[in-house]
Design a protein around this ligand. Structure first.
Ligand code: ATP
Ligand code: MG
Ligand code: FE
Length: 335
């Protein structure tokens, strides 16, 4: 089975051709970061305009790189939500047009399911499993008893992990989105500033990152007022240590309680080197039987390959859509 997948939920325009939910024939990603950077965040109107300009070209490029024509494709998949409504609409309209023109079945995919199914492009997903979804808009622990079944067991009560990285980055002059750069700085520094590990002792799977963000911002501002200069590298390292501590602690507790054999880490923040290293080392030491899947960096951020992988499950179950569905900015995984 070959699926042409389209993703346009935020500030990446992407198209991919995926074979049997496993093999990436192509995965073309056009990032708009340069355009949004000077505004310090994603500007929805600008994102929509870029998607319109890019999408046809990106889809043609994905087909060309995969060296397939539409007669070699079995279905068209697209991100329905969550995301920016105007941005999503561009992908949804393109997918409907292609499906209609070439008489192909249409599959709508949840963006977060896509992040998780990047796992299938990385290894073999085995159920039951726990997925830690850490991205720009989400920080969630999800229990999957079987394929395409999602139980939310914990989530952030305020900021998402990636969002907190981006916000503290701004305070020390790192351009949007700051997560990657803060991670690079953190690797050079040491954990000398004492930041809070919110909710780490609480008996639930929820997270909170706004207290950590505020503690960071207050520390920087207080030092500025006193005319002191803190070391940005050590600030980054201390922030990362606190963020990784809570993510790892709660995730491993969930893995134990739900007695799963596999853990998948998904979303943009799964690219974080501190998180990857800590999980890899703790798991190899303390949970030798736990299978850990963390996608390669190219599949952590937004991309259409992961949408194609998630769509394969729906294809196998015959879950096709007609042309009446709309983009859903607040789409949930758990209905
Ligand atoms: P969502 O998937 O929740 O709808 P999104 O699609 O905007 O949100 P992603 O593209 O999955 O989010 O991830 C982007 C986020 O990942 C940004 O906040 C970015 O700073 C963060 N990020 C990327 N690389 C790293 C890294 N190495 N360390 C920490 N954060 C990172
Ligand atoms: Mg993005
Ligand atoms: Fe995403």
């Amino acid at each position: 089975t070959r699926i042409l997948a389209i993703e346009s939920s935020c500030d990446e325009t992407s198209a991919a051709v995926i074979e049997d939910g496993k093999t990436i024939l192509s995965n073309v990603v056009a990032s708009q970061i340069k355009s949004h950077q000077r505004f310090g965040g994603v500007v929805p109107e600008l994102a929509s305009r870029h998607h319109v300009e890019q999408i046809t070209y990106i889809i043609e490029e994905a087909m060309a790189q995969a060296a397939v024509s539409y007669k070699d494709v079995d279905a068209v998949a697209v991100t329905q939500g969550p995301g920016l409504v105007g941005a999503l609409l561009i992908g949804v309209s393109a997918a409907k047009a292609i499906a209609y023109a070439h008489q192909l079945p249409l599959i709508k995919v949840n963006h977060i399911a896509g992040h998780i199914y990047a796992g299938e492009l990385t290894g073999d997903m085995k159920f039951p499993l726990i997925a830690l979804v850490v991205s720009g808009g989400h920080t969630e622990l999800i229990y999957m008893e079987k394929s395409n079944s999602y139980e939310l067991i914990g989530e952030t009560r305020d900021d998402a992990a990636g969002e907190s990285y981006d916000k503290i980055g701004r305070v020390i002059g790192v351009p949007y989105p700051g997560g990657k750069r803060i991670d690079e700085m953190a690797q050079l520094g040491s954990d000398v500033y004492d930041f809070p590990r919110a909710m780490i002792k609480e008996d639930n799977y929820d997270f909170s990152f706004s207290g950590l963000k505020s503690a960071f911002i207050n520390k920087v501002h207080n030092a500025e007022q006193k005319g002191e200069k803190l070391d940005d590298i050590d600030l980054a390292a201390s922030f990362q240590a606190a963020a990784v501590d809570v993510l790892v602690d709660k995730t491993l507790r969930a893995v134990e309680e739900y007695k799963v054999d596999q853990l998948i880490v998904a979303g943009g923040v799964a690219a974080n080197s501190g998180l990857r290293k800590r999980l890899e080392s703790i798991i190899s030491e303390r949970y030798p039987n736990l299978d850990l899947i963390i996608p390669p960096l190219s599949l952590c951020g937004d991309n259409a390959a992961m949408i194609g992988a998630a769509a394969q499950i729906l294809y196998d179950q015959g879950e096709f859509s007609d042309y009446s569905f709309n983009a859903r900015p607040g789409l949930e995984l758990y209905e």
